[in-house]
Design a protein around this ligand. Structure first.
Ligand SMILES: Cc1ncc(COP(=O)(O)O)c(C=O)c1O
Length: 415
């Protein structure tokens, strides 16, 4: 059991925290695993794994419509996750929390419902040059369908948004701004509160892609005043296959359903169907019950260890890694924003990111290489891709030292 020691001032006991993650005990190619691919997906603590096993072992049942005990227990556990998410992101109403498959589906949901209902020829949607493909392609598809225009906020060499250009892009034609909170490729934390204020002044709605920010930063959707916020459980120590779309109640009520089927209806006749109330209107079919239930264990895990303590620890890792990497000759850090989450991307002269990734894997070090689903960003930076190390609560300075040794050895082999 974890003792109640999580006051803000105290340091994270990272060695105790690591013990909660069984996978960290394994070896890869004869070396202890060093897992630095957390921006792609984080590892899962035992409590999340136990939660999955507990559901399937003890109360597996379909939810909402059953009157038997198992169905009631499963429904209660599923709905408890909704309450936990509501609290985690500071939503005003539990009905504003829609379960999806992940950030990608959450953004698509807005594009296919709000976008299809509200966009028309000549309207404009603004995104940025550092978006993940999942915050580009859905808008491209819907803009093409509606003959609306996609506009792009440029970025600086350091990987920050050019806010003057954003201000210039805003006009009465702007109907929506969809912006990443924290960049998965650069680590940049964008000034989303200012963006939301400016967009609202221009009469536009704002979608925040919180796939990376939700695990690292304190999220308060009411304070941000965003219209929609998307996140993925699997990047927050939770299971894959579960995500959330937060939406302001007034928009969710006005929007048409996303998918048709069971659960999202009130009454069906061949003449007419009426839709269920929020949030079920957007949750057609049997949801991912087990993973949604286990997602609550992930949220509990973060709350129990303390988000601010975890953040401080991750900030220390980012600083230490940035300093250590900078000492490597020919290594360039990609993404030098003032405000970053614990993601460090880099490029090493005379090497290809993929070769570095393979050689690091041979020493048990998991990093991500390539375009990180941000091809337009790589084009802007004139790079074939980067090597990306992204840190979570369980990572240590010692592991960063192992990465540096691994990199030096890889560079010797490749140059
Ligand atoms: C910034 C950002 N947005 C969206 C996504 C898509 O998330 P998912 O694949 O969980 O839907 C990711 C995943 O890496 C991401 O980093």
């Amino acid at each position: 059991m974890i003792s109640q020691v999580n006051t803000i001032d105290e340091k994270l006991d990272v060695w105790a925290l690591r013990q909660q993650f069984p996978v960290l005990l394994r070896e890869v190619k004869g070396y202890p695993l060093v897992y630095f691919d957390n921006a792609a997906t984080s590892q899962k603590p035992q409590s999340v794994i136990d939660s999955l096993v507990n559901y399937y072992s003890n109360f597996n049942a379909n939810i909402h419509r059953g009157i038997h005990t198992l169905a009631e227990e499963a429904t209660q556990a599923f709905e408890a996750t909704r309450d936990a998410v509501k609290q985690y992101i500071g939503a005003a109403h539990r009905e504003e929390i829609i379960f999806t498959r992940g950030t990608t589906e959450s953004i698509n949901l807005v594009a296919y419902t709000w976008g299809r209902q509200n966009l028309k020829e000549g309207d404009e949607v603004i995104i940025s040059n550092m978006e993940h493909h999942s915050n580009i392609v859905p808008w491209q598809i819907i803009c093409e369908e509606k003959k609306a225009k996609l506009r792009v906020i440029p970025i600086t060499e350091d990987g920050e948004l050019v806010m003057e250009e954003f201000r210039k892009l805003l006009s009465p034609k702007t109907k929506l701004v969809s912006i990443v909170h924290a960049s998965n490729s650069l680590g940049t934390v964008n000034p989303v509160k200012t963006i939301i204020e400016l967009a609202h002044e221009a009469g536009a709605l704002v979608v925040v892609d919180g796939a990376q920010s939700s695990v690292h930063l304190d999220i308060d959707v009411q304070d941000l005043d965003c219209d929609f916020f998307a996140l993925s459980s699997h990047k927050m120590y939770g299971p894959t296959g579960v995500g959330v779309l937060y939406g302001k109640k007034k928009w969710l009520e006005a929007m048409p359903p996303f998918q048709g089927g069971g659960e999202m209806i009130k009454e069906v006749t061949f003449d007419k169907t009426t839709y269920n109330e929020l949030p079920y209107k957007y949750e057609a079919g049997t949801p991912n019950i087990a993973d949604t239930i286990a997602f609550k264990s992930a949220i509990d895990f973060v709350n129990r260890w303390g988000k601010s303590k975890i953040r401080k620890h991750e900030e220390d890792l980012l600083k230490y890694a940035t300093e250590s990497l900078t000492e490597i000759e020919g290594l360039k850090i990609i993404g030098r924003a003032k405000n970053k989450v614990s993601v460090v991307s880099f490029f090493i002269e005379g090497t290809h990111p993929q070769d570095i990734g393979i050689l690091l894997d041979n020493r048990g070090i998991a990093v991500r290489t390539g375009h990180h689903c941000t091809q337009p960003l790589m084009d802007r930076l004139c790079l074939p891709g980067t090597v990306r190390a992204s840190f979570a609560a369980y990572n240590t300075r010692e592991e960063i030292d192992i990465l540096i040794t691994g990199l030096n050895k890889a560079i010797k082999m490749l140059r």
